[in-house]
Design a protein around this ligand. Sequence first.
Ligand code: GAR
Length: 200
Amino acid sequence: MNKKVRIAVLVSGGGTNLQALIDAQKKEILKSGKIELVISNNSNAFALKRAEENNIPFEIIDKKNFEERLKEILQSHKIELIVLAGFTAVLPDNFVKYYDKRIINIHPSLIPSFCGKGFYGIKVHQAALKKGVKITGATTHFVNEIIDGGEIIMQKAVEVYEDDTAEKLQKRVMEFAEWIILPKSVEKVCEDIIEKIKIK
Ligand code: GAR
């Protein structure tokens, strides 16, 4: 069997992006990597139900000794790629450096607009509507020490409508941008990782 990159998905909430990855795996849009583990910092995250329903092992890590536990769990599952899919906590600098080019994040705007500290979830769409932009979208990027500042992998634009509410816009950005570019980005990065292993 061909090598597949071992993926952990970090979640905090509903997990629709996790679902998009699971569906992509079933459809073989994601075929160079496999979701081996789901990790949450919130024991009530609906994302955990999605993991359970799809027979994906999951772990809940609380705030105490978070970084230490996270490292332990990732190492014991031999994780090679981390995907932040609606994960609310900021990862410590040394952790991010250790996993250089091995952590992907999905952000619900066209970076560099509406990103950085304090811009997450619905707040991003509220800010976009307040500014009156006519186009927004989603971005996947590698994670570095700067919040939402790492190298961009993919972006997809979505139109803003006159009668949009933040909730309507959030749903459109998810459906027409996030759930499409996240699986594609993860597949692309997995292909690149496998290619690098072959060259070595
Ligand atoms: C998604 O819209 C994701 O882009 C956003 O949180 C939502 C999680 O939804 N992430 C951020 O704002 C990160 N800065 P989900 O749990 O249904 O995937």
